[in-house]
Design a protein around this ligand. Structure first.
Ligand code: FES
Length: 334
């Protein structure tokens, strides 16, 4: 299988920047040439290139979930929280992005699609993980689908889109850690009585996601959906074997027959680059699928956070930035 050809870039002009909470900005982007934008579905994200800064910061590629209505084709809206340990992306957005600036972006892609046909949609969001959930609940509202949301944040002032969400009444339950004496939300209790036919969608920091995984472990397969967005988030145990288990293996490039050695501690992507073989990449953390490549032979030890269970079992594809081989050799469609 040949890796998907990257979609052509879009030129997007920053139309508005708004403060949505302390350290959270929303960015409204419109076509720089005035055309309609490619459509998206709830849960989709944009891959945006933040231009190099005057402070010699290099250009950065970042992925941000779309939070506006998927019915809109005149704008994309993303929201960005200022990360305390920012690797540059959130800092660049908060300090350097200006109205009128033109950014390059790839058309939206969706790795966190809203489940179809649910009788009830339950959402759990933590912090800036509210962004894909917002787009999802807007869709539910428009379609008349029943939904509810538990939104967990550190404090009321750090709760993005607070007033807008409060207007939905009892369907939105807020949990502010600071107002609860530092206690996290009781997820076991929150998830204890699922509605018939309910699907659960969750996005937030890794500790919240793992707590939701634990609290929903008994639910029917395929009814719980996660979007792991935090950089460096430890993967769920079922999906990511410990890095300590790293061992060496070889890769064979099916199209040329070239064989390369991947030592412990080095990714397949790193190895390819070291040998002058360029493969598209963005996050390098198993979150975005940009480096996805066809797997022709061997068994992959999938360490990403985006492949579905079915894709993991099928062994037809691999994310080169994080995943490794279970055996001695992997054959890649390169
Ligand atoms: S570069 Fe993002 S998943 Fe590999």
């Amino acid at each position: 299988m040949t890796p998907p050809t990257p979609a052509p870039m879009l030129a997007l002009r920053v139309h508005a920047v708004r403060a949505e909470a302390r350290d959270v900005l929303s960015i409204e982007l419109r076509s720089a040439v005035g055309s309609a934008l490619p459509p998206f579905t709830p849960g989709a994200h944009l891959e945006i290139t933040l231009p190099a800064g005057a402070d010699s910061r290099p250009a950065l590629v970042r992925h941000y979930s779309l939070c506006n209505s998927a019915a809109e084709t005149h704008r994309y809206v993303v929201a960005v929280g200022l990360a305390p340990a920012s690797r540059g992306g959130s800092l660049a957005v908060h300090e350097q992005l200006r109205v009128g600036q033109v950014l390059q972006a790839r058309p939206p892609r969706n790795h966190f699609a809203l489940a179809e046909g649910a009788a009830h949609y339950r959402f759990i969001a933590g912090g800036i993980g509210i962004t894909p959930i917002l787009s999802m609940l807007r869709w539910c509202e428009a379609q008349g689908q029943p939904w509810s949301l538990l939104y967990c944040t550190r404090s009321r002032v750090r709760t993005a889109f607070y007033e807008e969400l409060r207007a939905y009444g009892p369907r939105v339950r807020f949990h502010f850690d600071e107002e609860a004496g530092g206690q996290l939300a009781d997820l076991a209790q929150a998830l204890s009585h699922p509605e018939p036919g309910e699907h659960l969608h969750c996005c937030g920091p890794a500790p919240l996601m793992r707590a939701v995984q634990a609290a929903s472990a008994q639910r029917a397969p395929g009814t719980v959906h996660f979007e792991w967005f935090s950089a460096g988030a430890p993967a769920p145990a079922a999906q990511a074997p410990a890095a300590a288990a790293d061992s060496a293996f070889d890769i064979v490039l099916a199209q040329s027959g070239q064989r390369l050695h991947v030592p412990p501690g080095q990714s397949i992507l790193d190895t390819l680059e070291q040998h002058g073989i360029g493969v598209p990449f963005a996050c390098r953390e198993g979150l975005c699928r940009t480096c996805e490549t066809g797997l022709c032979g061997g068994e992959a030890e999938h360490r990403d956070l985006v492949l579905s269970d079915a894709e993991r079992v099928a062994q037809k594809t691999i994310l080169l930035c994080v995943s490794r081989a279970k055996g001695a050799v992997l054959e890649l469609d390169l």
